[in-house]
Design a protein around this ligand. Structure first.
Ligand SMILES: [Zn+2]
Length: 63
């Protein structure tokens, strides 16, 4: 799970936060991270639209 410190331009869709960070190769990644501690879901995407789509369709298991 990426540290919150990596995030820039964070937006929120439901329980999921979206932000950009750089991977170890210096490429910008768009990460979607569920803010629920009981869920812990996170994923990296190469485009912001893909991350937003994943956030909208995320089925949070904490509910
Ligand atoms: Zn979740």
């Amino acid at each position: 799970m990426p540290a919150r410190d990596f995030f820039h331009s964070v937006m929120r869709i439901g329980p999921v936060q979206i932000g950009t960070h750089r991977d170890r190769h210096g490429r910008t990644k768009h990460a979607a991270v569920c803010s629920s501690d009981d869920c812990g879901w996170s994923a990296d995407y190469s485009s912001r639209s893909a991350a937003q789509l994943a956030a909208r369709t995320h089925r949070c298991r904490a509910r």
